[in-house]
Structures are given as structure tokens and as C-alpha cells.
Design a protein around this ligand. Structure first.
Ligand SMILES: Nc1ncnc2c1ncn2[C@@H]1O[C@H](COP(=O)(O)OP(=O)(O)OP(=O)(O)O)[C@@H](O)[C@H]1O
Ligand SMILES: [Mg+2]
Length: 399
């Protein structure tokens, strides 16, 4: 619909004094026919510059093709260029009129740049909030899982002890019956497995009873390796030790540390059913002891990599794994002020990397005098270079 704008002084005043930029342009040639003061101030062009321009001069080249004599198509949010070259977001309302006998468009241009910026900022905050909610949900899931695990473990402890005691008593009674004894042995070993599971579950939830002592990580690694050497040998897995000669001590709970090492080495062993090499490295670097378990196993797919830290995520067959190993490790390491990260390539292998803070030497009863400090520093540097640019997946990234 088109209206004839009467050459009325009052309309002229309304047009000129409108605080929002307004103009009239020729619907056929797109030339400006009139602009108000607000347009001149806001866009920076003088009135005569405006009059020598078309509407295309202030629109971005890529949006010019959408210009149409149909007013409804010109209404919307567009980018306009001001004289100083800056771009603004403008909400345009366009209205068909007859001006000086020509078909024209009367335009009201509302600068919404700040409004859009605020909307984007708000969107960003909303996204941030959504991701934090996700993290909180994950944390609460962990807590719930932990509580659930603790109560189940607690309830299982007593019946397990009873079964174990009864089975052992029966063993004595059936000393003459080898076949029944064999069955009983299976029952006893399965009960033992369940008891281990319960211990693991309790470990998963236990937070308080830590016994901190000063520890040489190499000794604990050696003990842990010895402890599962039978399991590893059975799977034709060769263990290579790359231990730094001089290593700072750490403060840690010995049992928990062993649990971490055993969990990680068991995982490595499970990933190499056809045999392979497990390299265990340890060195110190920037006030931290860095421990690595690198296997040549089947690796972890990109989709699983996101889930491995989740409690109860397992890719193992039923009865083989319950998916708590890495969650336990992650919790223990974090409680020790350390970090745990994992890097894997399908078909090539997986490396799990731990860092634990070096003990405050002032608190260590027997300070370890590091005679080969320089050599150690070089090793640190080597290690840093070795990992430069590699993408370690930390237990936090999952959240
Ligand atoms: N070294 C590794 N190589 C390949 N996959 C691994 C390795 N370590 C962990 N994973 C993957 O991460 C999953 C989760 O490991 P996690 O130790 O938490 O549980 P699990 O070993 O399956 O069971 P659990 O440790 O409770 O007996 C494993 O099922 C496996 O898919
Ligand atoms: Mg495991």
C-alpha cells in the first residue's frame, strides 16, 4: 500500500526531529531522496553525500542483491556501513510511499548493535551456565554413585564373610572328597573376587583415612610391578622400567598409591591380550614427580576416550571389569594434589601420565640429597619436549 506524503511542514518536522535515523529512497534506482538529521549524525555522511549515494552504498555488497522494490522484503536486521568504515547492525522498517511523484520507500533505521552484543553475551553466559550445570550434574552423579557403591559394599561385606567362613569350614569336613573340595575352592576364590570388588568399591568412596608418609615412587612402582608380575608374565607382557636415578620423594598414602599403580597396570595388561610391552617411566620435573605407564595395547577409540573416566564405564566383558579403576585412580590422584591424563591411539597403545607434587623437603625427615641435579634437570627438559604438542586427555575434560 502506498500513501502520498503531503508536503506538509508538520510532517517535515516529525521526519527531521525523529531521534532515529530516517530516510526516503527511490524504489527503482535506490537513490536517497531525503535523510533526517539523526541519519546524518549517526552515519557520518553529510546530507549532500547521502544525496549522491544509493542505499547500496551503505549495505554490505553480499546483501545488496536482496534489495527489492517490495518493501516487506527490505524490513529486517541488516548490517550498514558508516562513513568511518565501522559496521552496525540495524533493524530496518520500510514503508512504501509516493515521494515527489516517485515510488519510494520511507525507512526507519534502529541501531541494534549494542542490543545484539548484549544478546550474544547473554547467550554465551547461558552456554557457560549449561556447561557448568553439566559439570555439576556429573559431580553429583559421582557422589550418588559413590554413596550407592558404599552402601552396597557395606551390605555385601557381612554375607561375604559368612560365605567365606562356611566354605572354609566345609573344606575341612570334606577333606576326603576331592571333587567337592575342587568345587569349594572355586566358591572360595569367587568369594575372594567379590571381596576384592567390595574393597574397591569402598576405596572408591573412602575419603578420610589416609596415612601419609614420605615415599620414593620408584620403590612403590617396583613393589607393584613385582606384585602383578605373575599376571603380566602370563600374558607375555614385558615390563621396561625407565626410572630416573635421582628422584625427589613425595608425600602420599602408600596403599592408595599402590592401588593406582595396580589399576593402571591391570588396564594396560587387559589391553594387551596377545602380549606387548609395558613401559613404566618416572622422573621429576618442575616440583612434580611424573609417572607414565605406556602400553602397546589396542588403544581407546575417540568416542570411548570421553567416557573412560566415568564411573562404571567399561568396555570389558561382563565379569571382567566394572569400570571403577580409572575413577578410583582419578580421585586418589586428585586427593594427592596431582593430575592424571591419558593419551591413546587405536592399535598403537595407551599412555597414562600421573604427576604428583614433590614433598616439601623441609618436612621430610631424611632429606634426599640430589647429587646429580643437573642430569635430572636435563631429563626434565627432555620429558617436556617429548610431550610438547601432544593431546593429553585429563580426567577433567570429561566433565
Ligand atoms: N591402558 C588401556 N588401554 C586400553 N583401554 C583402556 C586402558 N585403560 C583403560 N581403558 C579403557 O577404559 C575403560 C575403563 O577403565 P577402568 O579401569 O575405569 O575400568 P575397567 O578396567 O573396565 O574395570 P575395573 O578397573 O573396574 O576392573 C576400560 O574398560 C577400557 O575400555
Ligand atoms: Mg581397570
Amino acid at each position: 500500500m502506498t500513501d502520498a506524503l503531503k508536503p506538509d511542514a508538520q510532517y517535515q518536522i516529525l521526519f527531521d526531529s525523529n531521534p532515529q535515523p530516517m530516510w526516503v529512497y527511490d524504489a527503482r534506482t535506490f537513490r536517497f531522496l531525503a535523510v533526517n538529521e539523526a541519519a546524518i549524525t549517526h552515519y557520518g555522511y553529510s546530507r549532500s553525500e547521502f544525496m549522491s549515494m544509493t542505499i547500496k552504498s551503505i549495505r554490505l555488497p553480499e546483501t545488496v542483491t536482496t534489495l527489492d522494490s517490495d518493501a516487506s522484503r527490505n524490513t529486517g536486521v541488516w548490517k550498514h556501513r558508516k562513513k568511518d568504515g565501522s559496521l552496525i547492525d540495524v533493524e530496518v522498517t520500510s514503508h512504501g510511499i509516493v515521494f515527489d511523484g516517485k515510488q519510494a520507500q520511507l525507512v526507519l533505521a534502529l541501531d541494534v548493535t549494542e542490543k545484539l552484543k548484549a544478546r550474544f553475551a547473554l547467550q554465551e553466559k547461558a552456554d557457560e551456565l549449561a556447561s557448568m550445570t553439566q559439570q555439576l550434574w556429573h559431580a553429583s552423579k559421582l557422589v550418588t554413585m559413590g554413596e550407592l557403591a558404599a552402601s552396597v559394599a557395606h551390605e555385601l561385606n557381612n554375607p561375604l564373610a559368612t560365605v567365606s567362613l562356611r566354605a572354609e569350614a566345609l573344606m575341612d569336613q570334606l577333606a576326603h572328597d576331592e571333587q567337592k573340595q575342587r568345587s569349594l575352592l572355586i566358591i572360595i576364590s569367587e568369594v575372594e573376587r567379590m571381596a576384592n570388588l567390595v574393597t574397591n568399591l569402598l576405596q572408591f568412596t573412602r575419603r578420610n583415612y589416609r596415612q601419609i608418609s614420605t615415599i620414593d615412587v620408584r620403590e612403590e612402582l617396583t613393589r607393584s610391578i613385582d606384585f602383578i608380575s605373575y599376571y603380566l608374565r602370563n600374558r607375555k607382557i614385558e615390563v621396561v622400567r625407565e626410572f630416573d636415578d635421582s628422584l625427589a620423594p613425595i608425600h602420599a598414602d602408600r596403599q592408595q598409591l599402590r592401588q593406582v599403580f595396580l589399576n593402571l597396570m591391570t588396564n594396560a595388561g587387559d589391553a594387551m591380550p596377545e602380549g606387548g610391552v609395558l613401559t613404566v617411566r618416572v622422573h621429576d620435573q618442575s616440583e612434580r614427580v611424573v609417572i607414565e605407564f605406556a602400553d602397546t595395547g589396542r588403544g581407546i577409540s575417540a568416542s570411548d576416550l570421553k567416557k573412560v573416566w566415568e564411573p562404571f564405564f567399561t568396555s570389558k566383558a561382563e565379569g571382567k571389569g566394572i569400570g571403577l579403576g580409572l575413577s578410583i585412580c582419578s580421585r586418589i590422584v586428585e586427593e594427592h594434589g596431582g593430575t592424571i591424563s591419558l593419551k591413546s591411539e587405536v592399535g598403537k597403545g595407551t599412555t597414562v601420565r600421573l604427576t604428583l607434587p614433590v614433598a616439601n623437603v623441609a618436612l621430610v625427615e631424611k632429606p634426599v640429597v640430589k647429587s646429580s641435579m643437573t642430569a635430572s634437570t636435563e631429563n626434565m627438559h627432555d620429558a617436556g619436549t617429548r610431550h610438547a604438542g601432544s593431546s593429553w586427555m585429563t580426567s577433567h575434560q570429561r566433565r
